[in-house]
Design a binder for this molecule. Structure first.
Ligand SMILES: NC(=O)c1ccc[n+]([C@@H]2O[C@H](COP(=O)([O-])OP(=O)(O)OC[C@H]3O[C@@H](n4cnc5c(N)ncnc54)[C@H](O)[C@@H]3O)[C@@H](O)[C@H]2O)c1
Length: 334
């Protein structure tokens, strides 16, 4: 049985990655501080799903508290030979990072540094770092590549503290690869969504609010587009990246950008209700379009997305319907 450490296991992606590892017969040590960045009831729900697996162990720990973390993982590594640490814990979310930038750097950069050091000290040879398409910021996509975002583009013009903190973590990880030979996969996820998603993200908010007949807010004119990627596709890609790669940075995105107003229409038609839309000005930290070039993931990980946007939204709506009695109370901004 292989053993893995997953940070951020109570998060949207951490939950699905842990589920996939557990269903493959692995043991997972999950770490999460269950902070209140968004409504914690959904983190507790995801965790309760994971706790149904006998091979899952959970520790409520903060990755910025290096001594506590090291003591825990040192003790755990005496009885477990860890194949990898999958680092998904982060302060996520672009707009909130402008209000609270220090916390983002503390968790996303210093927290990552703590985990890299621990891996090095405990001889855990594989490290997976969750990064983001946001690092592309103002980097200009190449017209010869249909303006898709590919891993070789410049990423030094990030436009939010969140993106900058993730770029800093990527660079920090490379240094550990160079100095200590840690084998590292940096995964740039593109707008992930799915069942038990984050209530601070647009698709979850839209599903909840259209379902309940509450108004939704759209920032900008709705013509912005996102390369929405289904969470189980992302989980599969993350697990595929556990192989030995040296140091690689890989996009995990659907490769199909969807215009926001079309995404809303899809949700309306699946739920069977019209949305009441409030428009607010576009936010300066939001990019206009993301479109993943996912050819490297196909080549390196033999990965390609399997779930269409419509099917992904159907799964999210189905999950919402099944959990509506409590999910309707989850705090989501309009
Ligand atoms: N969801 C997306 O669209 C998306 C896109 C790009 C990148 N990412 C990255 O993927 C990862 C997972 O994202 P997600 O959407 O599942 O977010 P999430 O917020 O649902 O999950 C992150 C988890 O990390 C935990 N966490 C935060 N700070 C911590 C700390 N100091 N100590 C321990 N645990 C802590 C949180 O409690 C949360 O459960 C993050 O690194 C995020 O930046 C996500």
């Amino acid at each position: 049985m292989k053993n893995y450490i997953v940070t951020g296991c109570a998060g949207m992606i951490g939950w699905r990655v842990s589920e996939l590892l557990l269903s493959n017969g692995a043991k997972v040590i999950g770490i999460d501080d269950l902070n209140q960045a968004y409504d914690t009831r959904i983190k507790v729900w995801r965790l309760s799903e994971l706790k149904k697996h006998p091979s899952f162990e959970f520790y409520e720990k903060d990755i910025t508290q290096v001594d506590e973390l090291e003591n825990l993982l040192r003790a755990e590594s005496k009885s477990n030979d860890f194949a990898a640490l999958i680092h998904l814990a982060a302060r996520a979310g672009i707009r909130q990072s402008i209000i609270d930038p220090r916390d983002y750097y503390s968790v996303n950069l210093n927290g990552t540094l703590n985990l890299l050091e621990i891996c090095n000290e405990l001889d855990i040879k594989k490290f997976v770092l969750a990064s983001t398409s946001s690092v592309y910021g103002h980097g200009t996509a190449s017209p010869s590549n249909d303006n898709r975002l590919s891993e070789d583009l410049r990423t030094d013009t990030t436009i939010s503290p969140y993106a900058a903190s993730k770029k800093a973590a990527e660079v920090c990880a490379y240094t550990f690869h160079h100095l200590y030979g840690l084998d590292i996969s940096v995964l740039r996820y593109f707008t992930v969504y799915g069942p038990a998603g984050r209530p601070d993200m647009s698709l979850f908010r839209f599903v909840q609010r259209i379902f309940e007949g509450w108004p939704i807010t759209v920032y900008g004119d709705g013509t912005q587009s996102r390369d929405f990627t289904y969470v189980d596709d992302v989980a599969r890609g993350t697990v595929a990246s556990l192989k030995q790669l040296g140091f690689e940075t890989i996009n995990l995105g659907s490769g199909i950008p969807i215009v926001l107003s079309d995404a809303i229409k899809t949700i309306e038609s699946i739920i069977g209700k019209k949305a009441e839309i409030i428009h607010k000005p576009a936010h300066p930290a939001d990019v206009k379009k993301t479109w993943a070039d996912n050819s490297k993931a196909q080549k390196t990980l033999d990965w390609s997305p399997q779930v269409s946007f419509e099917d992904g939204i159907k799964s999210l709506v189905k999950w919402y319907e099944q959990n509506q009695s409590w999910a309707r109370n989850l705090k989501s901004v309009s």
